[in-house]
Design a protein around this ligand. Structure first.
Ligand code: S3P
Length: 173
């Protein structure tokens, strides 16, 4: 039996915003792994990458995954790179349905272009970087129970779509 929902997927696919609304709708607790990393370290993600590099960030991320994986009746929004570590997904899978949110590079770019809080996309041409990373990570995000395209949909439409797609038979609510 699964008791929680985990949202994985690339940056800008809606994990955090969808997760918040989905958790309210289901009356589950909401956890955002990036936020928990910032709380634990007392640093913004940009600064963690700047001061301690990505490796350190990934270590803290894996610690948070272990802690959060114990939660029941939770919606957990991962960071875009959480699924790069297959152990993270294996741990979360024990109690959770794993949902991959996705969108095409252009949609992602439109959503993230005004934000400056993603160290991995700080470069001359973020759209090209997004395309490269989507290619590099294409096998990572399919390690899920199902994928859902959030392109062109509002947060509420995505939430409704997910609720319809979750197999409640295997889910204890
Ligand atoms: C990352 C995605 C970010 C954040 C960090 C690294 C990635 O999360 O965890 O900047 O490697 O894709 P969001 O997907 O919430 O932006």
């Amino acid at each position: 039996m699964k008791h929680s929902i985990v949202l994985i997927g690339f940056m800008g696919t809606g994990k955090t915003e969808v997760g918040k609304v989905l958790s309210k709708r289901l009356k589950f607790n909401f956890f955002d792994i990036d936020n928990l990393i910032e709380e634990k370290t007392g640093l913004k993600i940009n600064n963690i990458f700047k001061k301690f590099r990505e490796n350190y960030f990934r270590q803290i991320e894996a610690q948070i995954v272990k802690e959060i994986s114990k939660e029941d009746f939770a919606v957990i929004a991962c960071g875009g790179g959480t699924a790069l570590n297959r152990d993270n997904i294996a741990i979360l899978r024990a109690k959770s349905v794993i949902i991959n949110l996705y969108a095409c590079a252009e949609v992602i770019y439109e959503r993230i272009k005004k934000n400056n809080d993603r160290p991995i996309l700080k470069c001359q041409d973020p759209l090209i970087k997004i395309k490269e990373l989507l290619q590099v990570r294409k096998d990572v995000y399919i390690n899920c129970d199902f994928s859902f395209n959030t392109g062109g949909l509002s947060i509420l439409e995505v939430v409704e779509g997910l609720i319809n797609k979750i197999n409640w038979f295997h889910f204890c609510v």
